[in-house]
Design a binder for this molecule. Structure first.
Ligand code: FES
Ligand code: FES
Length: 170
């Protein structure tokens, strides 16, 4: 009858930690993360799947947190920007974003990092053009895209160099 009585308990693994919360069927994943689980790193911009500020990883794939219902993530594995530093490539991306001045206000940055991590892991040989295409689903209002693409390309180049060294010595 009341909204509270319609709530459902969901269980998710968030950044490697088992979490549980009560959500209404209409609650989106990003709202659940921010308001119920206290993870404010994922941002809410357009709320219509356009800007990419809410990008998180669900069961190994990046999704728009404003388009996925929290109940759809029940039993799933969620990774947010707060969990990025647990990953070597995520840390490298964060470092490269800072080194390349790839952020100003930082509003888009959590989504950018999530999208970039997916790219580096799935397409380690991506060209600059492919990086631009991949990142085009994430909007930035103030930095411009050049420095962001530079940062991602730097991490891709590091990965390629590391593979070359491994190949030479191994
Ligand atoms: S807030 Fe989800 S895509 Fe913009
Ligand atoms: S750094 Fe401000 S929107 Fe991208």
């Amino acid at each position: 009858m009341s909204a509270a009585s319609a709530k459902r308990t969901i269980r998710v693994i968030v950044n490697g930690e088992a979490r549980e919360c009560d959500v209404e069927p209409r609650t989106h994943l990003v709202d659940c993360l921010r308001e119920e689980l206290g993870l404010k790193g994922s941002h809410l911009g357009c709320e219509h799947g356009v800007c990419g500020a809410c990008t998180v990883r669900l069961d190994g794939e990046i999704v728009r947190g404003c388009l996925v219902l929290a109940v759809q993530a029940d039993g799933g594995d969620v990774r947010t920007v707060e969990g990025l530093s647990a990953n070597g490539t995520g840390r490298e991306l964060q470092r490269a974003f800072v080194a390349r001045n790839a952020l100003q206000c930082g509003f888009c940055t959590p989504g950018m990092l999530a999208a970039a991590l997916e790219l580096v892991e799935q397409r380690p040989n991506a060209t600059r053009t492919q990086v631009r295409e991949w990142m085009s689903g994430n909007y930035c209002r103030c930095t411009g895209y050049h420095a962001i693409v530079d940062a991602v390309c730097e991490v891709l180049a590091q990965g390629a160099a590391a593979k070359t060294i491994t190949g030479a010595t191994g």
